[in-house]
Design a protein around this ligand. Sequence first.
Ligand SMILES: Cc1cc2nc3c(=O)[nH]c(=O)nc-3n(C[C@H](O)[C@H](O)[C@H](O)COP(=O)(O)O)c2cc1C
Length: 121
Amino acid sequence: MNGIEEGVTNIEMYRHLIGELNKLDLAYLHIMNFGNEPLLQEIRQLWTQPLLVNRMGRPLEQLNVDLDNDLADVATVGIWALANPDFIERVKKSASLNEPDLNKLYVGGVQDYTDYPFLED
Ligand SMILES: Cc1cc2nc3c(=O)[nH]c(=O)nc-3n(C[C@H](O)[C@H](O)[C@H](O)COP(=O)(O)O)c2cc1C
């Protein structure tokens, strides 16, 4: 879990958690993967609904790796989507992306969350 020291028992914790979450008939599970590949594989097997996987800071060229390896149903993006209001269109067109300004994240207000330019701008 993001920002939480999980300790050595984290796999048992996730086994339990996924088992309990499965009972709730949720639409999907969205997880962040920080490199624990066996854990991701196990979650993929245990979780019965669509799985969304985020890998923080991965390059655009690697977005589909988990989809190709059948480890995720959806690849998610955070900062790229924030900096590119037309992210999907840009990817489809292989257009260049706006560079996100990391110094302006989490500082409050709408400015720099809603004013990145569209392709035509
Ligand atoms: C401004 C901002 C707000 C975020 N808020 C949340 C949040 O509320 N809950 C959450 O699980 N992740 C949140 N995230 C994390 C993103 O979902 C994502 O995991 C993270 O940005 C790393 O992925 P990325 O490299 O694709 O951006 C936030 C990220 C940013 C930049």
